[in-house]
Ligand binder design. Structure first.
Ligand SMILES: O=C(O)CCC(=O)C(=O)O
Ligand SMILES: [Fe+2]
Length: 326
C-alpha cells in the first residue's frame, strides 16, 4: 500500500483572458515553485479547448502508427506515446500560453525553450515500470555522445521545468512529486534507489500525489524527485512538456519537434523561438526513444508483412501483363 504525504500543494487559479488579474496568481505560482518545486495551475484552458485536445488525442491513440497510418509509438507493454505536436492546433497554443511561459521564465530567471513535448498514455498494469527519479544531475548528458554536460554549479539553478497537462480528472496514476526535493540538486544522481537510506526515506516521505482535474497543469522543477503514481491499475493520458533554461543549455531542444507547418501561422518570432524553431538538438530524430520499436523482436516480421501487404494487387497487374502479352 502506497502512503503519500498529505502536504497541501499550492493550486493557483488563473484567468486566461486577463493577464492583469492573473499577475498576483503568477507570483504565487513562482513562490510555490521556489518553496516546494511544484505548483498546480488551474483555469488556463476552457472546456471547449480541452474537448478539442482530447478528441485529437483519441484519434492518435486508437492504434499504433503502422506504415504511415495515424497512430502512436508503442514504447513498452504499458506505455504508448507520440510527439505532442502531432496532435496539432490547440496543443501548440497551450505550449506557448503566455502566463505559463512567464511563470517558467520568471522562476528560471532566463528565457526557456520547449525541449520535449510528449503525448502519453500509461496503462494501469499494476506494477512499477517508471520509478521516481530526477531528470537532471551534475554530469548529466542526454546521450553518451552528446557534447553538452551539466555542471554542479548549473544544478544550483532551475535548469528545467516540466509540465503535466491532465487530459481527464486524474487520481490513481497521477503525477507525483517529492515536495522540496528540488533543493537537494540531485547531488547523488537521478536514481532514487542509489541514495543513502536516510535520504531516500526523507525524499519518499515528502511525496505528494498531485490529484487534479481535466485541464490542470502540474508545473514542477525537474531537479526534484517525481514520476507517475505506480503501481497503478488505472489508465491515464497526459501531455508532458519540458522547458529547458536557455541561459544553461542555449537555444537547444532534445530532438527536433515534428511541427505541422500550418500550426506556425500567426505565431510571433518569440513564440517560435520558445517552441524551438531553428534550435540545435542533442539527439538526432532517427535515434530518439520514440524510434525504439525498430529494436523490437516483432519489427522484422511486421516490416515483412507491410512489404507484402500490396502483393495481391501487384500479382493482379503481373497476371494481366502476362496475359496481355500473349
Ligand atoms: O508520467 C509522468 O507523470 C512523469 C513523466 C516524467 O517524469 C518524465 O518523462 O521524465
Ligand atoms: Fe521525469
Amino acid at each position: 500500500m502506497k502512503a503519500y504525504s498529505d502536504h497541501e500543494l499550492t493550486c493557483v487559479c488563473l484567468d486566461a483572458n486577463s493577464e492583469a488579474q492573473s499577475s498576483e496568481g503568477q507570483s504565487k505560482a513562482v513562490s510555490a515553485l521556489e518553496r516546494d518545486g511544484v505548483v498546480v495551475l488551474r483555469g488556463l484552458y476552457d472546456s471547449d479547448f480541452m474537448e478539442q485536445l482530447v478528441q485529437r488525442f483519441a484519434v492518435y491513440f486508437a492504434r499504433p502508427s503502422v506504415s504511415g497510418a495515424v497512430g502512436y509509438a508503442q514504447l513498452s507493454h504499458a506505455k504508448t506515446a507520440t510527439s505532442a505536436f502531432t496532435l496539432g492546433g490547440p496543443i501548440v497554443k497551450m505550449m506557448i500560453q503566455h502566463q505559463l511561459i512567464e511563470i517558467i521564465e520568471s522562476y528560471m530567471a532566463s528565457k526557456c525553450v520547449l525541449a520535449e513535448a510528449t503525448a502519453k498514455h500509461d496503462r494501469g498494469v499494476g506494477y512499477t515500470y517508471f520509478p521516481m527519479h530526477a531528470d537532471f544531475s551534475a554530469g548529466w548528458k542526454k546521450s553518451p555522445t552528446a557534447t553538452f554536460e551539466l555542471t554542479a554549479e548549473e544544478m544550483k539553478k532551475p535548469v528545467g521545468v516540466g509540465v503535466a497537462l491532465y487530459l481527464h480528472d486524474t487520481t490513481e496514476g497521477a503525477f507525483c512529486y517529492s515536495v522540496g526535493s528540488h533543493k537537494l540538486e540531485a547531488k547523488e544522481g537521478v536514481r532514487l534507489a542509489r541514495y543513502p537510506a536516510d535520504l531516500q526515506q526523507q525524499i519518499t516521505s515528502n511525496i505528494v500525489r498531485c490529484d487534479g482535474r481535466r485541464g490542470d497543469l502540474v508545473v514542477f522543477d525537474d531537479r526534484g524527485f517525481h514520476g507517475p503514481d505506480q503501481p497503478s491499475k488505472t489508465d491515464r493520458s497526459v501531455i508532458l512538456l519540458d522547458y529547458y533554461r536557455e541561459d544553461t543549455f542555449g537555444h537547444t531542444v532534445v530532438t527536433p519537434h515534428p511541427i505541422w507547418s500550418s500550426d506556425l501561422a500567426g505565431l510571433t518570432l518569440e513564440e517560435m523561438h520558445t517552441l524551438g524553431v531553428g534550435a540545435s538538438y542533442m539527439v538526432p530524430p532517427e535515434n530518439h526513444v520514440k524510434t525504439r520499436y525498430s529494436k523490437n523482436i516483432f519489427y522484422n516480421l511486421i516490416t515483412r508483412m507491410i512489404k507484402m501487404s500490396y502483393f495481391h494487387t501487384h500479382l493482379k497487374y503481373k497476371i494481366k501483363e502476362i496475359i496481355g502479352n500473349n
